[in-house]
Write a protein that binds this ligand. Structure first.
Ligand SMILES: [Zn+2]
Length: 661
């Protein structure tokens, strides 16, 4: 059931906070997020939740087919989400490893329960016999029936039992895979000389080891600046190799087993491959369509990639003062020479953006974008959460003051925290039940400020949170990000572009009058610099997507052998001793055979942007977008929502034009 899946994340200075509605203090809409002070508390919440869910399931089993059945099922779903969702989320962010472990253990119990729900023949029968009263009901019922069928309700009893064992085992292995990455404690020791070129502020907080050497971790705020700025190629190589070994051999074994088990699962349903099994429910419809699309992308970026890499190699030759034929470009050179060329050619250095974009004000800025486009308000709400850095915001309608949703935000890295950027929609909204959505946004930024690229990342994740929190679907089942996985990245990718718009950036002054405005020319240069290397960056995404599809193909190949071959066919080749797939959490988790969705959604995202081409902050277009796309979640097929918004069928033109430019 996709709704239970991850999509897929300091107090405000008083003067900067928006004013709450006159006389009305901001209130958190709906139940407060549980505090989870100890592992015992998690275990207790887990026991109580599962017991309550079991009782409610037995009641629901007695519910006969009727025009109201889907409503009853949605109430059950919502109840389960409320007791399960927060625990599912907290295992990724809680600072206490004992709490995280307890939440991991709880997650496996929930998974077993939920698979049982998906295979429940009584619920399935009632859903089949229920007659839809209208289109929304029909779509909710259709998706629910598909969920039951994909869980194996229609299989013979032994196959059904096998399906359940497989799902539980895949979940368990996926959890181990993530923990091996998340709980990794790799620290590399460097002398200050070896780190020449790396911005001082990145090294300031670093721990010191023997002989005054600096100990650097692989978290994003450390890893990227080293890769982009360390003059010493050996330093970059060590750092890059360590990153390419995250997860290690144990994770390669886990990934191999996961893909084999997924294929076994698909075979129970008569499919040759897991990709075929999954894609029939997606916008792409089948693996052939997805591969055809990827082939077109490959064609479109070949030339650009070749040109980018040739330029980087020339930059390396100039830098080292060597003739071109004596120089080869290595994978650990790419970020460094890209930055160097950007500086040379466009005089733009991502580090130079940090003073303009303090993290807290950046968060207020993206909120202000949403406030301007969608007529909403964000107001900080005092809350006791899992860590003092975590913050809570109430979202309300600007015109009426009516509460809309709640958003939790966790901005900074720390040990044991989920290391990427993601949003968890742990509480889905439902109009029918007057249930307001809640979501949590998790990122890992440098406390000293964001680069423009990181601001872009923040907007991307914020786009997911908007999809979740502005949802106004009738049923929680179809709320917000509970939509097709190859569409779900579109609303977030659409907004990435907004940070390059001067008009949009002017909003920064509204949320931080004392911040120095980022100079227009710096943004113009960054925009030009972004165009550079789009070929090689898209080619990399193409490789990830193709690898994921091939991995979930009929022969379920061994992940490392497949990766060696596929990366080996790219211009920079495969570097022996590295194992990128060992930390490819997307593929081990919910995005298995769905990674192509990033490129697929990007096509839609670029098409959506065309409606905002005159003014990205246009409140009328924003309102229409909110009403026709964001508010509709998955209660109508994504293609229809986009057509309603654009007034025409969606087209890949904007995407391929961009690649060809
Ligand atoms: Zn995303």
């Amino acid at each position: 059931m996709k709704a239970w899946m991850l999509v897929a994340g300091c107090s405000l200075a008083g003067a900067l906070a928006p004013t709450a509605f006159a006389g009305e203090p901001a209130q958190w809409p709906g139940p407060a997020f549980p505090e989870f002070k100890s592992a015992a508390q998690v275990r207790q919440a887990c026991d109580t939740g599962l017991k309550g869910a079991g009782l409610r399931l037995r009641q629901l089993e007695k519910e006969p087919a009727s025009p109201g059945w889907i409503g009853r099922y949605d109430e059950f779903y919502s109840w389960v989400e409320d007791v399960h969702g927060p625990i599912e989320f907290i295992r990724n962010v809680h600072p206490d490893p004992r709490v995280r472990d307890a939440a991991e253990a709880c997650e496996l119990r929930w998974q077993d329960f939920l698979t049982g729900v998906g295979q429940n023949p009584r619920l399935y029968q009632a859903a089949r016999d229920s007659v839809a009263a209208d289109d929304i009901y029909h779509e909710a019922l259709r998706l629910t029936l598909e969920g039951f069928e994909d869980s194996g309700v229609g299989l013979s009893p032994p196959d059904r039992a096998k399906a359940k064992r497989l799902v539980n085992r895949i979940g368990e292995l996926g959890q181990k895979f993530d923990m091996n990455v998340r709980d990794g404690t790799t620290r590399l020791a460097f002398t200050p000389e070896e780190l020449a070129g790396v911005p001082e502020q990145v090294l300031k907080g670093a721990r010191r080891g023997a002989k005054g050497r600096l100990l650097l971790g692989l978290d994003y705020p450390t890893y990227f600046p080293v890769m982009e700025h360390a003059q010493n190629a050996a330093t970059r190589e060590r750092m890059w190799r360590a990153k390419m070994n995250e997860g290690g051999t144990p994770n390669l074994k886990l990934l191999a087993e996961i893909t084999r088990l997924r294929r076994d699962y698909a075979k129970l349903f008569g499919f040759d491959s897991y990709a075929d099994f999954v894609l029939r429910r997606r916008m792409a419809r089948n693996i052939g369509n997805a591969q055809h699309f990827l082939g077109e992308v490959r064609q479109a970026v070949n030339e650009g990639e070749r040109r980018d890499l040739a330029e980087l190699r020339e930059a390396k030759a100039r830098h080292l003062g060597l003739p071109l034929d004596k120089v080869s470009l290595q994978r650990w050179d790419v970020a460094f020479y890209t930055e160097r060329l950007r500086k040379e050619r466009f005089s733009v250095d991502q580090e130079s953006f940090r003073p303009y974009f303090p993290p807290q004000e950046s968060l207020r800025f993206v909120m202000r974008i949403a406030e301007t486009m969608f007529g909403i308000r964000y107001t900080p709400v005092p809350a006791r959460l899992w860590h003092p850095d975590a913050q809570a915001f109430a979202i309300s309608d600007a015109a009426s003051g009516q509460p809309i949703a709640g958003l939790l935000v966790d901005l900074y890295p720390r040990d044991g925290k989920y290391g990427h950027a993601a949003v968890w929609s742990y509480r889905s909204g439902s109009q029918r039940a007057d249930r307001l959505p809640q979501a949590a946004l998790v990122v890992n930024f440098d406390r000293k400020g964001l680069t423009l690229e990181e601001l872009d990342t923040l907007l991307h994740e914020f786009g997911h949170s908007l999809h979740a929190t502005l949802s106004k679907t009738r049923y929680a089942l179809n709320a917000g990000t509970n939509t097709q996985l190859d569409f779900v990245e579109a609303p977030s990718q659409m907004l990435e572009d907004w940070v390059f718009d001067r008009g949009v950036l002017q909003l920064f002054a509204q949320v931080c009058p004392s911040c120095t405005p980022v100079p227009d020319e710096l943004i113009e240069k960054a925009r030009a610099a972004r165009e550079f290397t789009k070929g090689s960056l898209t080619a990399r995404q193409h490789l990830y997507a193709s690898f994921d599809l091939a991995l979930h193909g009929p022969d379920a190949p061994e992940p490392m052998a497949l990766w060696r071959r596929m990366e080996g066919e790219t211009p920079l080749g495969y570097v022996p001793g590295t194992m990128f797939p060992a930390a490819f959490s997307h593929v081990a988790g919910g995005y298995g055979s769905g990674y192509y969705g990033y490129l697929w959604s990007l096509v839609v995202a670029m098409d959506l942007r065309t409606a905002f081409s005159a003014n990205r902050l246009d409140a009328a277009v924003g309102r229409r977008y909110r009403d026709t796309v964001l508010s509709q979640g998955g209660q109508r097929p994504p293609g229809e929502l986009v057509r309603d918004f654009l007034g025409r069928e969606t087209s890949p033109k904007a995407f391929f034009d961009y690649l060809a430019k």
